[in-house]
Ligand binder design. Structure first.
Ligand code: 8YV
Length: 338
């Protein structure tokens, strides 16, 4: 038997990452690349030191209690850790790590893609061209969208990703507003000319676009509640590249259907096994733009996430504190799997 750390990787990772893991660790990858059940995870971890998890693994207190004693580290491949009960992991003496920062910029880019897609009718334009005979050619009044410049963007959660979105949006001429648990330190707001709102309800009423950039926790579950969606400005819209649980999706659909909101651009969905049929109908009507949980899905980000996982494992196995340890400070919930 080798002295290399023994790891179970629950999903396929980019080739170069799997190859590197294969040389550094005794690596067992779930080649099938479909989400493992709790029983599969427990069985696969027999005699192993590390679980390399993804958002599709539900690691709740019950599963943590059943993990083999040899397992000491849960190294999440991802930024969000709402699939892991971090408190239960800590109570069981397990260390949890994640991969922040490396996906910030790509995720912020996708927020801009989605923010522009609705008012500039991106998907509709493509559909019109690909559906034979529907394009009558250019005219001064065809395919008119609405200008983004000058609109007010309300960012909910001004952390790494929220700030990266604000920087991009500022360059597009949007006026930046934000709500965050804590006001950002001096130096952040000034270059963005950003307005801090200590009261989320007040901000919601004042902006044209709401973009969500907070983790999913007990406190942020349905932070865009039916009540808040109702308070949004007539004709405003929502962007979500974060977690589906942040929005009361049925209420969002209802507000778009009745014409109060002009639409939504979503990368994540409450019912992950089958997207809400009313939401799909709204997409058909070009009121919403839907993407497939791909805001951080660039090859570069995935490789850097893999490298971060490797650093976390090596540091931990060498007996040091891994750089991206997640603290049991309540910043977790137990979301359903993607
Ligand atoms: C991934 C993400 O799709 O990091 C996150 O929180 O949502 C995405 O990067 C996922 O986490 C991969 O496990």
């Amino acid at each position: 038997t080798s002295s290399k750390p023994k790891i179970l990787v629950t999903r396929r990772l980019p080739e170069s990452i799997e190859a590197r893991m294969g040389t550094l660790f005794e690596t067992d990858v779930n080649e099938a690349d479909v989400a493992l059940t709790g029983d599969d995870i427990v069985a696969g971890l027999q005699g192993k030191d590390v679980l390399v998890s993804s958002i599709t693994d539900r690691i709740d207190a019950g599963l943590i209690a059943r993990l083999p004693r040899s397992v000491r580290l849960i190294a999440q491949f991802g930024n969000g850790i709402d699939n892991i009960d971090v408190e239960a992991a800590w109570a069981a003496g397990l260390t949890v790590t994640n991969t922040p920062s490396v996906l910030t910029e790509d995720t912020a880019d996708m927020a801009m893609v989605l923010m522009l897609a609705l008012p500039r009718r991106l998907v509709e334009g493509t559909q019109m061209l690909v559906r034979d005979g529907e394009w009558a050619g250019w005219s001064p009044t065809s395919m008119l969208g609405r200008r983004l410049r000058g609109k007010a963007l309300g960012i909910v959660g001004m952390g790494r990703i929220g700030t990266a979105v604000a920087q991009r949006a500022k360059a597009f001429g949007l006026n930046i507003h934000y709500f965050s648990r804590n006001r950002r330190p001096p130096g952040v707001e000034e270059p963005l000319e950003a307005t801090y709102w200590p009261d989320l309800d007040a901000m919601i009423e004042a902006v044209d676009i709401v973009s969500l950039h907070t983790p999913h926790t007990r406190e942020t579950y349905h932070i865009l509640s039916a009540e808040r969606l109702g308070r949004m400005k007539q004709g405003s819209f929502v962007v979500n590249v974060s977690r589906p649980e942040l929005i009361d999706e049925n209420a969002l659909v209802a507000e778009i259907e009745r014409g109060h909101l002009s639409g939504a651009a979503l990368d994540v969905f409450e019912n992950r096994s089958g997207i809400n049929a009313r939401l799909l109908a709204l997409a058909e009507a070009n009121k919403v733009v839907l993407t497939a949980h791909m805001a951080s899905a660039t090859l570069e980000a995935r490789i850097e996430m893999g490298e971060t996982v490797i650093v976390n494992i090596r540091t931990f196995m060498d007996g040091h504190q891994p750089p991206h340890r997640v603290l049991p400070d309540g910043r977790h919930g137990l979301g359903r799997n993607t």
